[in-house]
Design a protein around this ligand. Sequence first.
Ligand SMILES: [Zn+2]
Length: 248
Amino acid sequence: MKYITKYKSPNYNLRNNSKIQLIIIHYTALKNTFDAISYLCNKEKKVSSHYLISQNGTVYNLVKDKFRAWHAGQSFWQEMIDINSVSIGIELDYNPKGKNNKYSLKMIHSLKKLILKLKKNYKINKNNILAHSDIAPFRKKDPGKHFPWQSLSSSNLVMRFKNLKKNEIKIIENWFNNINLKSKKQKTILALSLIGYDTRAVYKNDKLYYKLVRAYRIRYLNREDIINNKSIYNTLIKHLFNFLLTKN
Ligand SMILES: [Zn+2]
C-alpha cells in the first residue's frame, strides 16, 4: 500500500510505551484534503492524525505509527482514558456540510486496505475499530450517520453480529435478573459499559444518557431502524453476547 509521506505533522509525542490497540475513524469537517493537510500539520492547532484519506482514495501518512498523534481529545474506551497513546487515528476528507459530503467508494476502498494492514501489523481486535463518537459520545459525532459501517463489516473488518437463539437471549436476561437489574435503562447502561463506552456520568444525567444512546444508534442500527426510531436494546443485547464470545 502506497502512502504520500511528504506532509508531516509536528503535532505528536511519545506513546508512553503503550501498545497500539485501537483504530479511531474521524471526519475532518473541512473543505478539502488541502485544507485538512494544512490544519493537521499546523503546529498551532495542536491536532493531528496518523493518516488522512482523500475523496479520491489517496492516503497521506502525517505521523508515524510509533508516535502518539493528537486526534482523540478527551475520550474513554474500556477504562482507558489516554486513547491517543493506544490508538491509530485516521481522518477522512469529509464534511457533512461541504461539497465533500459523501463517502466515496475510492475513499472507503483505501480505508479498508489501510485498516486491514494496521490490523495485521498490530493484531488489532475487530471490536476495536471505533468511531470518534464511540470514544467521545458526549462531544463528537464523527464519522457520522452516513459512514458505511455495513461495508466494513461485510469485508469482515469489524465485528458481524450473529443472530441470537432464544436460549442465548435468555442467558443474558437471566444474568441481568441475577444481578438485580430491572429497568431497560439499567440493562442498556451496563451493556454499553461492558462493551467499552463511557457510562460514568449517564446514570444521573438523562441528557448524557441520550447522547450515548444516539452515538450507539447511528453506528449500529440500520438506516430503516433509525428512521423508525427503533430502540437500540435488541441490537445491543446481540452485540454484548457476540462481544463476550469474541473478546480475546
Ligand atoms: Zn474526530
